[in-house]
Design a protein around this ligand. Structure first.
Ligand code: PXG
Length: 457
């Protein structure tokens, strides 16, 4: 497979890209010189581009296509709902069956005591909703000073002003004067990259203790909430050391602050449990959701709210917040069908008992590769750390762009694997089979070999 363009339609689309389309997170000059790869169709775990190449999608679209591509039931659910009621809002004391039924279906799978859902159009809007709701919550309780949200460096919480501020991506903060006031960050539990001489266990406790340090620095009376992804996704599939979440739970129990789990990636089966919070035994007060909720077939996000928070805002008068598309009937109908498929086809059970253990075993075979410093993963999430020295965890100079070189080889060899710096990451559709996992791992090894040839001397 090569990047050569032979289909005249590809050239036409690339010209449209150059002349009219502003893609997310892109260097436009660079993108337009090369031209984007045009993805034209998909089925199961595979994509096809406009040049006819078949590609194994190791990223489930963008962490979202849980049930895989080509799900006729989702298509039917959307079409039927469009015929019946394509749109109505949920403002002004109205509602419609799909939004209500989906709220109930989500509450049925959410952790105990989390029974209320606010719908949004995306994960970013879910986190904006969270920020407004937790501040409203504390104001309703007569503690309006409790406004500060503690988040983590290299966490990802979206790209709206609040989402990017909550996130800890420096390169996002640099554009547009972020974070907004009232959001502070603590170190992430990224042992491979930042653990220094500590053991993973020591480092996990140290990283968790930074939360307590920050609460004391800001003052408990000023802190509204702590937000974290159970496993950081966009930051590089960062799986915290085993000591991290237990220590965080101890700290949260000591202070009167809310705990928000951003489940946009971990939710709806990615770890083999319904939520990453279930996987770790965490007890959040609020959970942001999106992506796997509709398997990405239509945009939808939301915020799952605990009874504890609901009881306070329920007595607090109007919550002056909402989106035109909150609870969109077509998105909700697709969400309902998606949850039905996840349950009826026992997809979580298959992930937990069969395919995730197999993926994790096969992925770890790559740890012997000379370019690989660590392989880690949980459920249908995996990361391969490229390193110059396995023992010392020394990285390649960032100017070498080793991760991007590897990603390029993957693209050319029919595999989508993302690079976050020099961390290669995967999050395939939950329905990936063992044979497809074999193909993924074999292609990954081939691309590591090709990368090593260019960078190891
Ligand atoms: N929270 C988390 C944990 C996410 O991963 C969002 C919130 C925002 O969701 P929306 O729907 O507003 O995009 C996300 C989104 C990447 C990448 O590079 C990850 C996301 C989005 C775009 C790129 O891995 N996650």
């Amino acid at each position: 497979m090569t990047n050569a363009v032979t289909n005249p339609k590809t050239r036409e689309w690339q010209a449209m890209s150059r002349e009219h389309h502003l893609a997310p997170f892109s260097d436009y000059q660079q993108l337009h010189e090369k031209g984007p790869r045009i993805i034209t169709k998909a089925d199961g775990v595979y994509l096809w581009d406009s040049e006819g190449h078949k590609i194994l999608d190791g990223m489930a679209g963008l962490w979202c296509v849980a049930v895989g591509y080509g799900g006729e039931e989702l298509v039917e659910a959307a079409a039927a709902q469009m015929r019946e009621l394509p749109f109505y809002n949920t403002f002004f004391q109205t509602a419609h069956p799909p939004a209500l039924e989906l709220a109930k279906a989500i509450a049925d799978v959410a952790p105990q005591g989390m029974n209320h859902v606010f719908f949004t159009g995306s994960g970013s809007e879910g986190n904006d909703t969270m920020l407004r709701m937790v501040r409203h919550y504390w104001a309703c309780k007569g503690q309006p000073n409790k406004k500060v949200i503690i988040s983590r460096h290299n966490g990802y919480h979206g790209s709206t002003v609040a989402g990017a501020s909550l996130g800890g991506m420096k390169y996002m903060h640099e554009q547009g004067d972020l974070p907004i006031p009232g959001i502070v960050h603590i170190p992430q539990p990224y042992w491979f990259g930042e653990g220094g001489d500590m053991s993973p266990e020591e480092f996990g406790v140290w990283a968790a203790d930074q939360l307590e340090k920050k609460i004391l620095e800001v003052g408990e009376d000023n802190v509204a909430a702590f937000i974290a992804e159970p496993i950081q996704g966009a930051g590089g599939v960062i799986i915290p050391p085993e000591t991290y979440w237990p220590r965080i739970r101890e700290i949260l129990a000591k202070y009167d602050i809310l705990f928000v789990a951003d489940e946009v990636i971990c939710g709806f089966g990615r770890t083999g449990e319904w939520f990453g919070s279930d996987f770790y035994g965490n007890k959040p007060d609020l959970m942001t959701i999106a992506k796997g909720l509709t398997s990405g077939y239509v945009p939808m996000g939301g915020l799952i709210v605990s009874d504890k928070v609901f009881q306070v805002i329920n007595a607090g008068g109007d919550f002056n917040h909402g989106f035109t598309y909150s609870g969109h009937p077509v998105a909700a109908a697709v969400g309902l069908a998606n949850l039905r498929i996840l349950k009826e086809e026992k997809i979580l059970e298959k992930v937990r008992e069969e395919t995730a253990p197999y993926l994790q075993k096969r992925l770890r075979e790559l740890a012997d590769h000379p370019l690989v410093g660590e392989v880690r993963g949980v459920g249908m999430l995996g990361a391969i750390e490229l390193a110059k020295n396995k023992q010392t965890r020394e990285r390649f100079p960032s100017e070498m762009g080793v991760g991007m070189i590897c990603r390029g080889h993957c693209f050319e060899n029919g595999l989508i694997m993302r690079a976050v710096g020099d961390t290669m990451i995967i999050a395939p559709p939950l329905v990936i089979s063992k044979d497809e996992i074999d193909e993924l791992v074999e292609k990954a090894r081939k691309c590591l070999d090709l990368t090593a040839r260019g960078v190891l001397v």
